[in-house]
Design a protein around this ligand. Sequence first.
Ligand code: MCA
Ligand code: AMP
Length: 536
Amino acid sequence: MPEQPLPIIQRAIAHGDRTAVHSDGGATTYRQLLAASESIAASLLGQADDLNEARIAFLVPPGERYVQTQWAIWRAGGIAVPLSLSATEKELEHTLTDSRTSTVVAAREVADKLESLCKQHQLRLLVLEDLPTEAAARLPRVSPDRRAMILYTSGTTSKPKGVVTTHACIQAQIESLIEAWRWRQDDRIPLFLPLHHIHGIINIMSCALWMGAELEAFPRFCVDTILERVADHAYTVFMAVPTIYVKLIEALEPMPPSQREPIVAGFAAMRLMISGSAALPASVHEKWTELTGPPGLTRVACDGGPTGPPGLTRVACDGGPFGQKLLERYGMTEIGMALSNPYEGERRPGAVGQPLPGVEIRLLSDSGEPVTEDGVPGEIQVRGPNVFHEYWDRPDATSESFVDGWFKTGDIAVLDDGYYRIMGRSSVDIIKSGGYKLSALEIEASLLDHLAIAQCAIVGIPDDTWGETVAAAIVVKPGETLDLESLRAWCKDRISPYKIPRRLAVVDALPRNAMGKVTKPAVTQLFAEPTSPSST
Ligand code: MCA
Ligand code: AMP
Protein backbone atom coordinates (compact mmCIF):
# COMPACT_ATOMS: atom_id res chain seq x y z
CA MET A 1 0.00 0.00 0.00
CA PRO A 2 1.50 3.43 -0.92
CA GLU A 3 2.49 6.04 1.65
CA GLN A 4 -0.39 7.72 3.44
CA PRO A 5 1.74 10.47 4.94
CA LEU A 6 1.76 10.92 8.68
CA PRO A 7 0.13 14.22 9.72
CA ILE A 8 3.47 15.96 10.37
CA ILE A 9 4.56 15.02 6.84
CA GLN A 10 1.23 16.07 5.33
CA ARG A 11 1.58 19.42 7.01
CA ALA A 12 5.16 19.80 5.77
CA ILE A 13 3.94 19.13 2.23
CA ALA A 14 1.47 21.98 2.66
CA HIS A 15 4.21 24.30 4.01
CA GLY A 16 6.09 23.81 0.70
CA ASP A 17 8.67 26.50 0.02
CA ARG A 18 8.48 28.18 3.40
CA THR A 19 11.75 28.21 5.31
CA ALA A 20 11.78 25.56 8.03
CA VAL A 21 15.28 25.57 9.51
CA HIS A 22 18.17 28.02 9.67
CA SER A 23 21.51 26.64 10.75
CA ASP A 24 25.19 26.80 9.91
CA GLY A 25 24.27 25.06 6.68
CA GLY A 26 22.01 27.99 5.61
CA ALA A 27 18.23 27.97 5.20
CA THR A 28 16.26 24.82 4.37
CA THR A 29 12.67 24.80 3.15
CA TYR A 30 10.00 22.28 4.07
CA ARG A 31 10.13 20.95 0.52
CA GLN A 32 13.88 20.33 0.83
CA LEU A 33 13.42 18.60 4.19
CA LEU A 34 10.85 16.30 2.63
CA ALA A 35 13.00 15.45 -0.38
CA ALA A 36 16.05 14.68 1.77
CA SER A 37 14.03 12.63 4.23
CA GLU A 38 12.63 10.57 1.36
CA SER A 39 16.10 9.66 0.08
CA ILE A 40 17.31 8.78 3.57
CA ALA A 41 14.18 6.66 4.00
CA ALA A 42 15.06 4.87 0.73
CA SER A 43 18.52 4.03 2.13
CA LEU A 44 17.03 2.80 5.38
CA LEU A 45 14.52 0.61 3.59
CA GLY A 46 16.89 -0.94 1.07
CA GLN A 47 14.86 -3.79 -0.41
CA ALA A 48 12.28 -3.78 2.42
CA ASP A 49 8.76 -2.33 2.06
CA ASP A 50 8.49 -1.23 5.66
CA LEU A 51 10.89 -1.06 8.63
CA ASN A 52 8.05 -2.43 10.77
CA GLU A 53 9.12 -0.65 13.93
CA ALA A 54 12.83 -1.52 13.68
CA ARG A 55 14.74 0.77 16.03
CA ILE A 56 16.92 3.24 14.15
CA ALA A 57 19.21 5.21 16.43
CA PHE A 58 20.67 8.49 15.19
CA LEU A 59 23.42 10.81 16.32
CA VAL A 60 22.96 14.05 14.43
CA PRO A 61 23.54 17.62 15.67
CA PRO A 62 20.54 20.00 15.78
CA GLY A 63 19.60 21.40 12.38
CA GLU A 64 18.07 20.32 9.09
CA ARG A 65 19.96 17.00 9.06
CA TYR A 66 18.36 16.01 12.38
CA VAL A 67 14.85 16.68 11.04
CA GLN A 68 15.54 14.87 7.78
CA THR A 69 16.76 11.80 9.64
CA GLN A 70 13.91 11.74 12.13
CA TRP A 71 11.31 12.12 9.37
CA ALA A 72 13.07 9.50 7.24
CA ILE A 73 12.86 6.94 10.04
CA TRP A 74 9.19 7.70 10.56
CA ARG A 75 8.37 7.63 6.84
CA ALA A 76 10.12 4.26 6.47
CA GLY A 77 8.09 2.82 9.38
CA GLY A 78 10.90 2.72 11.95
CA ILE A 79 11.15 3.83 15.55
CA ALA A 80 13.44 6.84 16.00
CA VAL A 81 15.93 6.57 18.86
CA PRO A 82 17.76 9.89 19.21
CA LEU A 83 21.19 9.60 20.81
CA SER A 84 22.75 12.20 23.08
CA LEU A 85 25.70 14.10 21.64
CA SER A 86 27.23 14.38 25.11
CA ALA A 87 26.81 10.69 26.03
CA THR A 88 29.84 8.55 26.74
CA GLU A 89 30.47 5.31 24.83
CA LYS A 90 29.19 3.31 27.78
CA GLU A 91 25.93 5.29 27.82
CA LEU A 92 25.51 4.97 24.06
CA GLU A 93 26.06 1.24 24.39
CA HIS A 94 23.23 1.00 26.90
CA THR A 95 20.85 2.87 24.60
CA LEU A 96 21.79 0.82 21.54
CA THR A 97 21.63 -2.57 23.24
CA ASP A 98 18.59 -1.88 25.40
CA SER A 99 16.58 -0.61 22.42
CA ARG A 100 17.87 -3.52 20.30
CA THR A 101 18.72 -1.05 17.59
CA SER A 102 19.52 -2.52 14.19
CA THR A 103 20.81 0.49 12.30
CA VAL A 104 22.53 3.67 13.41
CA VAL A 105 22.61 6.87 11.37
CA ALA A 106 25.34 9.37 12.21
CA ALA A 107 26.42 12.75 10.91
CA ARG A 108 29.94 12.46 9.55
CA GLU A 109 31.57 14.67 12.22
CA VAL A 110 30.32 12.43 15.06
CA ALA A 111 30.34 9.03 13.33
CA ASP A 112 33.66 7.99 14.89
CA LYS A 113 31.96 7.99 18.32
CA LEU A 114 29.92 5.03 17.12
CA GLU A 115 32.27 3.07 14.91
CA SER A 116 33.69 0.63 17.43
CA LEU A 117 30.33 0.15 19.18
CA CYS A 118 28.66 -0.68 15.88
CA LYS A 119 31.42 -3.11 15.00
CA GLN A 120 31.27 -4.75 18.41
CA HIS A 121 27.49 -5.18 18.32
CA GLN A 122 27.29 -5.81 14.57
CA LEU A 123 25.05 -2.85 13.85
CA ARG A 124 24.71 -1.21 10.47
CA LEU A 125 26.28 2.28 10.64
CA LEU A 126 25.15 4.73 7.96
CA VAL A 127 27.01 8.00 7.60
CA LEU A 128 24.38 10.52 6.61
CA GLU A 129 26.53 12.45 4.17
CA ASP A 130 27.49 9.24 2.32
CA LEU A 131 23.90 8.28 1.51
CA PRO A 132 22.56 8.80 -2.04
CA THR A 133 20.70 12.09 -2.25
CA GLU A 134 18.36 11.47 -5.16
CA ALA A 135 16.86 8.12 -4.21
CA ALA A 136 13.08 7.91 -4.39
CA ALA A 137 11.38 5.49 -2.06
CA ARG A 138 8.14 3.58 -2.14
CA LEU A 139 7.13 4.47 1.36
CA PRO A 140 4.87 2.38 3.58
CA ARG A 141 1.59 3.36 5.13
CA VAL A 142 2.29 4.05 8.81
CA SER A 143 -0.74 4.12 11.04
CA PRO A 144 -0.86 6.60 13.96
CA ASP A 145 -0.99 3.87 16.58
CA ARG A 146 2.43 2.57 15.60
CA ARG A 147 5.45 3.24 17.82
CA ALA A 148 7.39 6.31 16.70
CA MET A 149 10.11 7.18 19.18
CA ILE A 150 12.05 5.92 22.20
CA LEU A 151 13.56 8.52 24.54
CA TYR A 152 15.81 7.34 27.35
CA THR A 153 15.03 8.82 30.73
CA SER A 154 16.81 8.41 34.05
CA GLY A 155 14.64 7.51 36.96
CA THR A 156 14.39 5.29 39.96
CA THR A 157 16.28 2.44 38.30
CA SER A 158 20.05 2.36 37.89
CA LYS A 159 19.89 2.34 34.09
CA PRO A 160 17.80 4.74 31.99
CA LYS A 161 14.51 3.36 30.67
CA GLY A 162 13.20 3.80 27.15
CA VAL A 163 9.96 5.79 26.97
CA VAL A 164 8.01 4.74 23.89
CA THR A 165 5.57 7.12 22.21
CA THR A 166 3.35 6.41 19.23
CA HIS A 167 2.70 8.80 16.34
CA ALA A 168 -0.74 9.53 17.80
CA CYS A 169 0.76 10.32 21.17
CA ILE A 170 3.31 12.73 19.65
CA GLN A 171 0.53 14.37 17.64
CA ALA A 172 -1.56 14.84 20.79
CA GLN A 173 1.42 16.40 22.60
CA ILE A 174 2.07 18.81 19.73
CA GLU A 175 -1.56 19.81 19.13
CA SER A 176 -2.12 20.54 22.80
CA LEU A 177 0.78 23.04 22.80
CA ILE A 178 -0.15 24.57 19.45
CA GLU A 179 -3.55 25.41 20.90
CA ALA A 180 -2.46 26.49 24.38
CA TRP A 181 0.47 28.66 23.33
CA ARG A 182 -1.14 29.97 20.12
CA TRP A 183 1.63 28.87 17.79
CA ARG A 184 1.61 30.87 14.53
CA GLN A 185 3.01 30.26 11.09
CA ASP A 186 5.08 33.45 11.32
CA ASP A 187 6.74 32.37 14.59
CA ARG A 188 10.53 32.17 14.76
CA ILE A 189 12.19 30.27 17.60
CA PRO A 190 15.79 29.45 18.56
CA LEU A 191 16.67 25.81 19.18
CA PHE A 192 19.64 25.36 21.49
CA LEU A 193 18.42 22.58 23.77
CA PRO A 194 19.61 19.00 23.28
CA LEU A 195 17.58 16.87 20.89
CA HIS A 196 17.36 13.66 22.91
CA HIS A 197 14.68 15.08 25.24
CA ILE A 198 11.17 16.32 24.58
CA HIS A 199 11.73 19.94 25.54
CA GLY A 200 13.84 20.34 22.39
CA ILE A 201 12.19 17.66 20.24
CA ILE A 202 8.49 18.27 20.86
CA ASN A 203 7.95 21.68 22.47
CA ILE A 204 10.34 23.54 20.20
CA MET A 205 11.22 21.59 17.05
CA SER A 206 8.06 19.61 16.32
CA CYS A 207 5.63 22.38 17.27
CA ALA A 208 7.47 24.86 15.02
CA LEU A 209 7.54 22.41 12.09
CA TRP A 210 3.90 21.43 12.59
CA MET A 211 2.92 25.09 12.23
CA GLY A 212 5.18 25.91 9.29
CA ALA A 213 7.20 28.27 11.48
CA GLU A 214 10.98 28.88 11.42
CA LEU A 215 13.59 27.27 13.65
CA GLU A 216 17.07 28.62 14.13
CA ALA A 217 19.23 25.70 15.27
CA PHE A 218 22.46 26.02 17.25
CA PRO A 219 24.92 23.26 18.12
CA ARG A 220 24.68 24.26 21.80
CA PHE A 221 23.56 27.09 24.05
CA CYS A 222 25.95 30.04 23.83
CA VAL A 223 24.83 33.17 25.72
CA ASP A 224 26.65 35.67 23.49
CA THR A 225 25.32 34.24 20.24
CA ILE A 226 21.75 34.14 21.50
CA LEU A 227 21.86 37.68 22.88
CA GLU A 228 23.17 38.96 19.57
CA ARG A 229 20.30 37.32 17.68
CA VAL A 230 17.75 38.57 20.22
CA ALA A 231 19.05 42.13 19.71
CA ASP A 232 18.37 41.57 15.97
CA HIS A 233 14.72 40.76 16.84
CA ALA A 234 15.29 37.33 15.34
CA TYR A 235 12.61 35.54 17.40
CA THR A 236 8.97 35.76 18.38
CA VAL A 237 8.98 32.82 20.82
CA PHE A 238 11.66 31.61 23.26
CA MET A 239 11.74 28.41 25.32
CA ALA A 240 14.41 27.46 27.82
CA VAL A 241 15.15 25.78 31.14
CA PRO A 242 15.49 27.91 34.32
CA THR A 243 19.32 27.59 34.31
CA ILE A 244 19.37 29.40 30.97
CA TYR A 245 17.33 32.30 32.34
CA VAL A 246 19.78 32.51 35.26
CA LYS A 247 22.69 32.58 32.78
CA LEU A 248 20.95 35.26 30.67
CA ILE A 249 20.36 37.40 33.78
CA GLU A 250 24.01 37.01 34.79
CA ALA A 251 25.05 38.17 31.32
CA LEU A 252 22.60 41.10 31.06
CA GLU A 253 22.89 42.60 34.53
CA PRO A 254 26.47 43.86 34.38
CA MET A 255 26.11 45.28 30.85
CA PRO A 256 26.16 49.05 30.31
CA PRO A 257 22.67 50.31 29.30
CA SER A 258 23.76 51.08 25.73
CA GLN A 259 24.63 47.41 25.23
CA ARG A 260 21.73 45.99 27.22
CA GLU A 261 18.88 48.07 25.78
CA PRO A 262 18.78 46.63 22.24
CA ILE A 263 18.83 43.12 23.70
CA VAL A 264 16.08 43.92 26.18
CA ALA A 265 14.02 45.39 23.34
CA GLY A 266 14.42 42.08 21.47
CA PHE A 267 13.17 40.10 24.45
CA ALA A 268 10.35 42.55 25.20
CA ALA A 269 9.10 42.27 21.62
CA MET A 270 8.64 38.49 21.72
CA ARG A 271 5.08 37.28 21.91
CA LEU A 272 5.92 34.47 24.33
CA MET A 273 8.75 33.31 26.61
CA ILE A 274 8.47 29.96 28.37
CA SER A 275 10.37 28.21 31.15
CA GLY A 276 10.16 24.53 32.03
CA SER A 277 11.86 21.19 32.76
CA ALA A 278 12.63 22.26 36.34
CA ALA A 279 11.25 24.64 38.94
CA LEU A 280 11.66 28.30 38.01
CA PRO A 281 12.42 30.16 41.24
CA ALA A 282 9.91 33.00 41.76
CA SER A 283 12.89 35.36 42.19
CA VAL A 284 14.15 34.51 38.67
CA HIS A 285 10.64 34.95 37.26
CA GLU A 286 10.39 38.40 38.82
CA LYS A 287 13.94 39.41 37.91
CA TRP A 288 13.28 38.52 34.29
CA THR A 289 10.18 40.72 34.17
CA GLU A 290 12.09 43.59 35.72
CA LEU A 291 15.11 43.18 33.46
CA THR A 292 13.11 42.94 30.21
CA GLY A 293 11.03 46.03 30.92
CA PRO A 294 11.86 48.83 28.51
CA PRO A 295 13.78 51.56 30.37
CA GLY A 296 11.55 54.30 31.73
CA LEU A 297 8.45 52.11 31.82
CA THR A 298 7.42 50.79 35.18
CA ARG A 299 3.97 49.37 34.54
CA VAL A 300 2.76 45.88 33.76
CA ALA A 301 -0.22 44.57 31.80
CA CYS A 302 -3.19 43.56 33.98
CA ASP A 303 -3.48 40.16 32.35
CA GLY A 304 0.22 39.40 32.51
CA GLY A 305 -0.23 38.21 28.95
CA PRO A 306 1.96 38.58 25.91
CA THR A 307 3.92 41.79 25.76
CA GLY A 308 2.72 42.67 22.28
CA PRO A 309 4.64 44.23 19.43
CA PRO A 310 7.39 46.75 20.19
CA GLY A 311 6.05 50.18 20.91
CA LEU A 312 2.75 48.95 22.31
CA THR A 313 2.42 50.00 25.92
CA ARG A 314 -0.07 48.00 27.96
CA VAL A 315 -1.75 49.65 30.90
CA ALA A 316 -0.78 48.40 34.30
CA CYS A 317 -2.92 47.46 37.24
CA ASP A 318 -0.45 46.30 39.88
CA GLY A 319 2.25 48.93 39.54
CA GLY A 320 4.90 46.25 38.93
CA PRO A 321 7.58 46.56 36.30
CA PHE A 322 6.64 46.21 32.62
CA GLY A 323 8.44 43.30 31.03
CA GLN A 324 8.22 39.69 29.90
CA LYS A 325 6.19 37.51 32.22
CA LEU A 326 7.65 34.04 31.78
CA LEU A 327 5.08 31.32 31.20
CA GLU A 328 6.07 28.37 33.38
CA ARG A 329 4.82 24.92 32.51
CA TYR A 330 5.30 21.38 33.81
CA GLY A 331 5.94 18.17 31.89
CA MET A 332 7.70 14.84 31.85
CA THR A 333 9.15 12.56 29.19
CA GLU A 334 6.35 10.03 29.78
CA ILE A 335 3.50 12.52 29.35
CA GLY A 336 4.74 15.45 27.30
CA MET A 337 3.46 18.69 28.76
CA ALA A 338 0.68 18.50 31.34
CA LEU A 339 0.28 21.82 33.16
CA SER A 340 0.82 25.36 31.96
CA ASN A 341 0.27 28.89 33.12
CA PRO A 342 -2.17 30.61 30.80
CA TYR A 343 -1.25 32.36 27.55
CA GLU A 344 -3.77 35.03 28.46
CA GLY A 345 -4.33 35.64 32.13
CA GLU A 346 -2.16 35.64 35.20
CA ARG A 347 1.23 33.88 34.93
CA ARG A 348 1.91 33.21 38.55
CA PRO A 349 5.52 32.99 39.79
CA GLY A 350 6.19 29.68 41.53
CA ALA A 351 3.14 27.98 39.96
CA VAL A 352 2.73 25.76 36.90
CA GLY A 353 -0.86 26.66 36.06
CA GLN A 354 -3.66 24.41 34.92
CA PRO A 355 -4.09 21.27 32.76
CA LEU A 356 -3.27 21.73 29.08
CA PRO A 357 -5.91 20.99 26.42
CA GLY A 358 -6.71 17.27 26.27
CA VAL A 359 -4.80 16.48 29.48
CA GLU A 360 -6.54 15.22 32.61
CA ILE A 361 -4.86 15.76 35.97
CA ARG A 362 -5.66 14.52 39.46
CA LEU A 363 -3.79 14.74 42.75
CA LEU A 364 -3.77 11.60 44.86
CA SER A 365 -2.99 11.68 48.57
CA ASP A 366 -0.70 9.17 50.32
CA SER A 367 -3.77 7.21 51.31
CA GLY A 368 -4.91 6.99 47.69
CA GLU A 369 -7.71 9.56 47.99
CA PRO A 370 -8.21 12.26 45.32
CA VAL A 371 -7.21 15.66 46.74
CA THR A 372 -9.58 18.52 46.04
CA GLU A 373 -8.76 21.01 48.78
CA ASP A 374 -6.26 23.83 48.40
CA GLY A 375 -2.89 23.35 50.07
CA VAL A 376 -3.13 19.56 50.54
CA PRO A 377 -0.24 17.75 48.83
CA GLY A 378 -0.84 14.85 46.47
CA GLU A 379 0.94 12.99 43.69
CA ILE A 380 0.24 14.35 40.20
CA GLN A 381 -1.38 11.68 38.07
CA VAL A 382 -2.06 12.14 34.38
CA ARG A 383 -4.41 10.68 31.80
CA GLY A 384 -4.93 11.51 28.13
CA PRO A 385 -3.76 10.86 24.58
CA ASN A 386 -0.47 12.61 25.42
CA VAL A 387 0.60 9.80 27.79
CA PHE A 388 3.32 7.42 26.54
CA HIS A 389 2.67 3.91 25.28
CA GLU A 390 5.09 1.85 27.40
CA TYR A 391 8.57 1.53 28.82
CA TRP A 392 10.52 -0.33 26.16
CA ASP A 393 10.84 -4.02 27.00
CA ARG A 394 9.72 -3.41 30.61
CA PRO A 395 6.10 -4.53 30.94
CA ASP A 396 6.38 -4.66 34.74
CA ALA A 397 7.71 -1.13 35.04
CA THR A 398 4.96 0.03 32.67
CA SER A 399 2.14 -1.54 34.65
CA GLU A 400 3.59 -0.38 37.98
CA SER A 401 3.63 3.20 36.77
CA PHE A 402 -0.14 3.29 36.17
CA VAL A 403 -3.08 3.08 38.54
CA ASP A 404 -6.60 2.76 37.08
CA GLY A 405 -5.35 4.14 33.77
CA TRP A 406 -3.65 7.16 35.38
CA PHE A 407 0.13 7.63 35.02
CA LYS A 408 1.85 8.19 38.37
CA THR A 409 4.40 10.98 37.89
CA GLY A 410 6.03 10.78 41.34
CA ASP A 411 5.82 14.60 41.52
CA ILE A 412 4.03 16.14 44.47
CA ALA A 413 1.86 19.23 44.02
CA VAL A 414 -0.76 21.30 45.77
CA LEU A 415 -3.64 23.29 44.36
CA ASP A 416 -3.46 26.96 45.24
CA ASP A 417 -6.34 29.17 44.19
CA GLY A 418 -6.83 27.45 40.83
CA TYR A 419 -3.11 26.98 40.11
CA TYR A 420 -0.98 23.88 40.67
CA ARG A 421 2.30 24.32 42.52
CA ILE A 422 5.00 21.63 42.43
CA MET A 423 6.22 20.85 45.94
CA GLY A 424 8.86 18.21 45.18
CA ARG A 425 9.26 14.59 44.19
CA SER A 426 8.41 11.40 46.00
CA SER A 427 11.84 9.93 45.16
CA VAL A 428 15.04 11.31 46.71
CA ASP A 429 16.98 9.49 44.01
CA ILE A 430 15.97 11.83 41.22
CA ILE A 431 17.99 14.98 40.71
CA LYS A 432 17.25 17.86 38.33
CA SER A 433 20.36 19.70 37.22
CA GLY A 434 20.11 22.37 34.51
CA GLY A 435 16.86 20.75 33.33
CA TYR A 436 18.38 17.27 33.01
CA LYS A 437 16.79 14.52 35.06
CA LEU A 438 19.51 12.42 36.70
CA SER A 439 19.30 9.20 38.64
CA ALA A 440 21.33 9.06 41.85
CA LEU A 441 21.27 5.26 41.53
CA GLU A 442 22.77 5.35 38.04
CA ILE A 443 25.62 7.65 39.14
CA GLU A 444 26.23 5.53 42.27
CA ALA A 445 26.43 2.36 40.16
CA SER A 446 29.04 4.00 37.90
CA LEU A 447 31.14 5.28 40.82
CA LEU A 448 31.24 1.85 42.43
CA ASP A 449 33.43 0.72 39.51
CA HIS A 450 36.15 3.05 40.85
CA LEU A 451 38.85 0.96 42.51
CA ALA A 452 39.21 3.34 45.49
CA ILE A 453 35.48 3.56 46.28
CA ALA A 454 33.94 1.20 48.83
CA GLN A 455 30.54 2.87 49.24
CA CYS A 456 28.89 5.99 47.88
CA ALA A 457 25.70 8.00 48.05
CA ILE A 458 24.66 10.61 45.50
CA VAL A 459 22.35 13.50 46.34
CA GLY A 460 21.16 16.73 44.72
CA ILE A 461 22.16 19.90 46.56
CA PRO A 462 20.12 23.09 45.97
CA ASP A 463 21.96 25.42 43.64
CA ASP A 464 21.04 28.90 42.38
CA THR A 465 22.20 28.27 38.79
CA TRP A 466 21.61 24.57 38.22
CA GLY A 467 18.55 24.05 40.43
CA GLU A 468 20.32 21.10 41.98
CA THR A 469 23.94 20.08 41.72
CA VAL A 470 25.30 16.54 42.03
CA ALA A 471 27.12 15.77 45.28
CA ALA A 472 28.86 12.50 46.23
CA ALA A 473 29.47 11.19 49.75
CA ILE A 474 32.09 8.48 49.50
CA VAL A 475 33.71 5.91 51.77
CA VAL A 476 37.09 4.94 50.34
CA LYS A 477 38.69 1.53 50.62
CA PRO A 478 41.39 1.08 53.30
CA GLY A 479 44.63 2.80 52.31
CA GLU A 480 42.99 4.71 49.39
CA THR A 481 42.47 8.46 48.98
CA LEU A 482 40.23 10.42 46.62
CA ASP A 483 39.85 14.07 45.65
CA LEU A 484 37.22 15.80 43.56
CA GLU A 485 39.50 16.59 40.64
CA SER A 486 40.65 13.02 40.13
CA LEU A 487 37.12 11.69 40.64
CA ARG A 488 35.79 14.06 37.96
CA ALA A 489 38.59 13.11 35.57
CA TRP A 490 37.81 9.41 36.10
CA CYS A 491 34.09 10.00 35.46
CA LYS A 492 34.62 11.75 32.10
CA ASP A 493 34.79 8.52 30.07
CA ARG A 494 31.94 6.90 31.93
CA ILE A 495 29.08 9.35 32.42
CA SER A 496 27.79 12.47 30.63
CA PRO A 497 29.40 15.73 31.84
CA TYR A 498 26.19 16.89 33.51
CA LYS A 499 26.04 13.76 35.71
CA ILE A 500 29.56 14.15 37.09
CA PRO A 501 29.61 15.11 40.81
CA ARG A 502 30.58 18.70 41.48
CA ARG A 503 30.94 18.20 45.21
CA LEU A 504 32.61 15.47 47.21
CA ALA A 505 32.61 14.48 50.87
CA VAL A 506 34.94 11.65 51.84
CA VAL A 507 33.45 10.17 55.01
CA ASP A 508 34.25 7.30 57.36
CA ALA A 509 30.73 5.90 57.06
CA LEU A 510 27.54 6.83 55.24
CA PRO A 511 24.63 7.89 57.43
CA ARG A 512 22.25 4.94 57.71
CA ASN A 513 18.98 4.20 59.49
CA ALA A 514 18.28 1.30 61.85
CA MET A 515 17.63 -0.96 58.86
CA GLY A 516 21.07 -0.12 57.44
CA LYS A 517 19.62 1.92 54.55
CA VAL A 518 21.46 5.12 53.58
CA THR A 519 19.48 8.15 54.75
CA LYS A 520 19.72 10.61 51.86
CA PRO A 521 18.49 13.67 53.84
CA ALA A 522 21.39 13.11 56.27
CA VAL A 523 23.77 12.80 53.31
CA THR A 524 22.45 16.13 51.98
CA GLN A 525 23.16 17.65 55.39
CA LEU A 526 26.84 16.75 55.01
CA PHE A 527 27.04 19.40 52.31
CA ALA A 528 25.16 22.07 54.22
CA GLU A 529 27.82 22.54 56.87
CA PRO A 530 30.00 25.67 56.78
CA THR A 531 33.23 23.61 56.49
CA SER A 532 31.72 22.39 53.30
CA PRO A 533 33.33 19.51 51.37
CA SER A 534 35.25 20.22 48.18
CA SER A 535 33.38 21.51 45.16
CA THR A 536 34.09 22.76 41.61
C1 MCA B 1 26.31 21.42 31.49
N1 MCA B 1 27.03 21.13 32.56
C2 MCA B 1 26.22 20.76 33.55
C3 MCA B 1 24.93 20.81 32.99
N2 MCA B 1 25.03 21.22 31.73
N3 MCA B 1 26.43 20.39 34.81
C4 MCA B 1 25.38 20.07 35.56
N4 MCA B 1 24.11 20.07 35.09
C5 MCA B 1 23.86 20.44 33.81
N5 MCA B 1 22.63 20.41 33.32
C6 MCA B 1 28.46 21.23 32.75
C7 MCA B 1 29.25 21.26 31.47
O1 MCA B 1 29.53 19.95 31.05
C8 MCA B 1 30.50 21.99 31.91
O2 MCA B 1 31.32 21.11 32.64
C9 MCA B 1 29.97 23.01 32.88
O3 MCA B 1 28.72 22.49 33.33
C10 MCA B 1 29.72 24.38 32.32
O4 MCA B 1 29.15 24.25 31.08
P1 MCA B 1 28.38 25.46 30.41
O5 MCA B 1 28.93 25.60 29.03
O6 MCA B 1 28.36 26.67 31.26
O7 MCA B 1 26.93 24.89 30.36
P2 MCA B 1 26.21 24.50 29.07
O8 MCA B 1 26.99 23.48 28.34
O9 MCA B 1 25.86 25.77 28.38
O10 MCA B 1 24.87 23.79 29.55
C11 MCA B 1 23.91 24.43 30.27
C12 MCA B 1 22.51 24.10 29.69
C13 MCA B 1 22.42 22.58 29.52
C14 MCA B 1 22.36 24.77 28.34
C15 MCA B 1 21.51 24.64 30.66
O11 MCA B 1 22.59 21.94 30.77
C16 MCA B 1 21.13 22.18 28.89
O12 MCA B 1 21.01 22.20 27.66
N6 MCA B 1 20.12 21.84 29.70
C17 MCA B 1 18.79 21.51 29.22
C18 MCA B 1 18.54 20.04 29.27
C19 MCA B 1 17.13 19.75 28.74
O13 MCA B 1 16.82 19.99 27.58
N7 MCA B 1 16.29 19.24 29.60
C20 MCA B 1 14.94 18.94 29.23
C21 MCA B 1 14.66 17.48 29.47
P3 MCA B 1 32.92 21.19 32.63
O14 MCA B 1 33.22 22.56 33.15
O15 MCA B 1 33.36 20.09 33.52
O16 MCA B 1 33.29 20.99 31.21
S1 MCA B 1 12.93 17.15 29.04
C22 MCA B 1 12.17 17.51 30.50
O17 MCA B 1 12.77 17.77 31.47
C23 MCA B 1 10.71 17.59 30.59
C24 MCA B 1 9.92 16.81 29.65
C25 MCA B 1 10.29 19.00 30.52
O18 MCA B 1 9.44 19.35 31.33
O19 MCA B 1 10.81 19.71 29.66
P1 AMP C 1 12.08 14.45 32.40
O1 AMP C 1 11.63 13.11 32.69
O2 AMP C 1 13.51 14.64 32.06
O3 AMP C 1 11.23 14.81 31.34
O4 AMP C 1 11.80 15.37 33.64
C1 AMP C 1 10.51 15.51 34.13
C2 AMP C 1 10.55 16.07 35.51
O5 AMP C 1 10.98 17.42 35.49
C3 AMP C 1 9.20 16.11 36.16
O6 AMP C 1 8.83 14.86 36.67
C4 AMP C 1 9.40 17.17 37.22
O7 AMP C 1 10.02 16.60 38.36
C5 AMP C 1 10.39 18.12 36.56
N1 AMP C 1 9.75 19.35 36.03
C6 AMP C 1 9.41 19.63 34.77
N2 AMP C 1 8.89 20.88 34.69
C7 AMP C 1 8.89 21.38 35.96
C8 AMP C 1 8.48 22.60 36.54
N3 AMP C 1 8.00 23.61 35.82
N4 AMP C 1 8.62 22.74 37.88
C9 AMP C 1 9.14 21.75 38.64
N5 AMP C 1 9.55 20.58 38.14
C10 AMP C 1 9.44 20.39 36.81
